[in-house]
Design a protein around this ligand. Structure first.
Ligand code: PRP
Ligand code: ADE
Length: 176
């Protein structure tokens, strides 16, 4: 069945009280039960990025759910994909940044040859909450002298105002 982007949005499931009380967890994995829904979602992001009318050199995806979308978008745009990973998962020369998670500090890393000075970058992740993760990714790109031109998410939890922490513009398909 061909999907519209409105039908794709309906596939996101809500789980009250997961992983802890008071959290309403938004689960994007049901989208991946339907290949045509994934295709529709990826095309949506690809068209959005093309409409910027700017050269895009690198798609950066955040560990782990950003890896579901980032490489698919990068392939369609014909540009490279570079992962931001949690500490200790990447070999070689790295850049790193400490950022705040709910229960304390964590570290994000990126391989130092992933982005060249002056390259334009789009960051991709499933969800924007407090913005701490994406801000850390923006910092890593800045350390490598790249330019983040857009941050993209499937979902933004607007009440948490994560966008206010970010330097580059934010696009979210679902704002809730
Ligand atoms: C989730 C989500 C985002 C981040 C958003 O990832 O996928 O990356 O939290 O939160 P923030 O805006 O408050 O930083 P998580 O760190 O839980 O990792 P996972 O993708 O490995 O589950
Ligand atoms: N990451 C941070 N907050 C989340 C939420 N409410 N649902 C899914 N992933 C999240």
């Amino acid at each position: 069945m061909p999907y519209t982007i409105e039908k794709v949005k309906e596939l996101v499931r809500e789980y009250p009280g997961f992983p802890s009380e008071g959290i309403l967890f938004r689960d994007i994995f049901p989208i991946f039960h339907h290949p045509e829904a994934v295709e529709c979602l990826i095309n949506h992001f690809v068209e959005l990025i093309k409409a910027l009318n700017k050269q895009v050199d690198v798609i950066v995806g955040l560990d782990a759910r950003g890896f579901l979308f980032g490489p698919l978008i990068a392939i369609k745009l014909g540009v490279s994909f570079v992962p931001v990973r949690k500490r200790g998962k990447l070999p070689g020369q790295l850049v790193s940044v400490t950022y705040m998670k709910e229960y304390g500090p964590d570290v994000f890393e990126m391989q130092a040859d992933g982005i060249k000075a002056g390259q334009n970058v789009v960051i991709v992740d499933d969800l924007l909450a407090t913005g701490g993760s994406c801000k850390a990714a923006e910092d890593l790109v800045a350390q490598m002298k790249g330019n983040v031109i857009l941050n993209t998410f499937v979902i933004s939890l607007v009440g948490l105002e994560g966008d206010k922490k970010l330097k580059a513009p934010v696009y979210a398909l679902i704002k809730c």
